[in-house]
Design a protein around this ligand. Structure first.
Ligand SMILES: Nc1nc(=O)c2c([nH]1)NC[C@@H]1CN(c3ccc(C(=O)N[C@@H](CCC(=O)O)C(=O)O)cc3)CN21
Ligand SMILES: O=c1ccn([C@H]2C[C@H](O)[C@@H](COP(=O)(O)O)O2)c(=O)[nH]1
Length: 276
């Protein structure tokens, strides 16, 4: 069983057995047929993944990790908010006729800000500080720009990263305000684990801990039977993560720079409905 499996089992069991339902409340998300998409939730889950120990991917079902990496590169490297720059179709429902998801995600990371050292966007600021000010306690990004929220088709869920260098180890906190446990929990963990690996390699550091802080960790009503079934699956050990060691420029990574050795997830045939 991977560490990611153990935490997923523990989190989902806790949500299903002790969580709070919002069935009696007015909720925003809808199923495809227009029915309100209710959830059961726990508030304030904190999961720690040590990237020195293993790569945090689920084996209880397949995580489409290459598609997740594509989305990560779309946001952090291309700094795009247009689904035409993205291979997968996971954002299609939130895009307008031109393919834009509004001033969200990559758009926010691409905005240049004035700093004492000159103009930089948030990603370049992180790269600069990891290289020149590793002892800094101010290395963080934020996508939650209140001024632009009214122009985002969906508000950022995984909205902030805090980076911290301890010795030669790069640790990070991923702050997430809202988490769809079935569709995107491991998807988000895999993405930000890969990001920590990438930033560590180009900064001459060793990837350490990824601490995932989730405010509202929920399971949608129509996902409950799927999760119950998943929790009875037989897990496997975590695969080995490999990254092209010759890449020293953050912007030179491609989806082909990453591979997993020995990823054998349990079979999973269900189609996951996504609440819009
Ligand atoms: N309700 C909801 N849950 C989410 O997880 C979510 C949103 N909305 N809105 C924005 C993005 C889109 N995300 C998504 C959307 C779809 C899948 C999905 O369909 N996953 C499938 C197939 C993936 C594939 O074929 O590559 C899966 O089996 O995980 C995952 C994340 C994550 N976010
Ligand atoms: O990266 C992501 C993006 C989205 N989600 C989920 C979390 C919620 O279920 C919905 C967003 O709905 P809100 O009402 O805006 O919270 O999308 C995710 O888990 N991870």
């Amino acid at each position: 069983m991977s560490r990611a499996d153990a935490l997923f089992l523990q989190n989902c069991r806790d949500i299903l057995d002790h969580g709070v339902w919002d069935t009696d409340q007015a909720v925003r998300p809808r199923w495809e047929d227009g029915t309100p998409a209710h959830t059961v939730k726990k508030f304030g889950i904190v999961n720690r993944y040590d990237l020195r120990e293993e790569f945090p991917i689920l084996t209880l079902r397949r995580t489409y990790w290459k598609t997740a990496v594509d989305e990560l590169l779309w946001i952090w490297q291309k700094k795009s908010n247009n689904i035409r720059d993205l291979r997968g179709h996971i954002w299609d429902e939130w895009a307008d006729a031109d393919g834009s998801i509004g001033k969200a995600y990559g758009y926010q990371l691409g905005i240049k800000h004035q700093y004492p050292e000159g103009e930089m966007d948030q990603v370049d600021r992180v790269l600069y500080d990891l290289k020149h000010n590793p002892a800094s306690r101010r290395i963080l990004t934020s996508l939650y720009n209140h001024q632009d929220l009214h122009e985002m088709n969906l508000y950022p869920c995984a909205w902030s990263m805090t980076f911290n260098v301890s010795g030669n180890v790069l640790n990070a906190i991923l702050n997430q305000r809202s988490q769809d446990m079935l569709a995107a929990n491991n998807w988000n963990v895999v993405q930000y684990a890969v990001l920590v690996h990438m930033l560590a390699q180009v900064s001459g550091l060793i990837p350490g801990e990824l601490v995932h802080v989730i405010a509202d960790a929920h399971i949608y009503d129509r996902h409950v039977p799927i999760i119950e079934k998943m929790l009875t699956q037989t897990p496997s050990p975590a695969p080995v993560f490999r990254m092209d060691p010759s890449v020293t420029d953050f912007y030179a990574f491609t989806r082909d720079s990453f591979s997993l050795e020995g990823y054998t997830p349990a079979p999973f045939e269900d189609k996951i409905p996504i609440a819009i």
